[in-house]
Design a binder for this molecule. Sequence first.
Ligand SMILES: Nc1nc2c(ncn2[C@@H]2O[C@H](COP(=O)(O)OP(=O)(O)O)[C@@H](O)[C@H]2O)c(=O)[nH]1
Ligand SMILES: [Mg+2]
Length: 287
Amino acid sequence: MPLGILKSLFSRLRSNSLDWDEILEILILADLGVRFSEQFVNKLKQSNRCRDEQSALQFLREEIVSLFYPSPPPLTPHPDRPRTILFVGVNGTGKTTTIAKLAHRLKKAGHSVLLAAADTFRAAAIEQLSLWAEKIGVPVIRSQYQSDPAALCYDAYQAARSRDVDFLLCDTAGRLHTRQNLMREVAKIARTLAKHGPDLPDEKWIVVDATTGSNCLSQAKEFHEAVGLTGVILTKMDGSGKGGAAAAIRHELGIPTRFIANGENLESLHPFDPENYANSLLELTPA
Ligand SMILES: Nc1nc2c(ncn2[C@@H]2O[C@H](COP(=O)(O)OP(=O)(O)O)[C@@H](O)[C@H]2O)c(=O)[nH]1
Ligand SMILES: [Mg+2]
């Protein structure tokens, strides 16, 4: 649902025909989440920002942008050991592709990277990551199809440490026989990495597909319970979704969005920028 429709709704602000329920519905349909949407509508009702369309839209823009501050610190190498990022998320959201894009980005910035192919549930997933690794020119730790992904990540960390690499990026499966098994498995991978040190893995990022709307929030809740997420990557922003769910996830779970992806090629991963995000969500041109 394009939020651009809000403009025409807000344009009725001067008349007395404003339908608050309609506004609420549009915000929810834009995947901003029920809680954020209700809170915003209540604030708008009580504010003097509902005088006219421009001021109401700006108010919404400010509320969305301010959600994302303070921003997390930029991604830098750890001073003493490999910075380790565990990627989780359901099947098909773009985990493997995102890892390739991030590895490419980090390598271009002069960092060394090691990949761990811990989606051992599908033979094709190991192959897919290995092909990307070859293309980018970074090493990958892999093992047999259906081997233990936690053990693989444990070994990959040891390898990363002995090779003194800056970043270890761990891919994981997005589908197992049951969802409960999947949650148990990602939790076990995180616990196993923590045997190398209590702060490991440094980051646990969920990859969500912007075209799947409010499912992103429910997926984030489920994985957050399992591993305690520290970041979100919003993919497929080149598709029909505008990614309102990033705001809902931040509002309800406090998790920041770290990167957005808008294509299938290696260059299509960009650091998340709250201002650009809000402008594109609201179809506003930059101030
Ligand atoms: N259009 C578009 N496609 C993407 C994006 N990110 C990933 N994909 C595609 O989505 C599909 C699933 O990606 P994959 O990385 O295998 O997902 P995974 O199952 O989470 O590892 C692949 O065809 C990717 O090329 C994106 O930002 N935009
Ligand atoms: Mg994958």
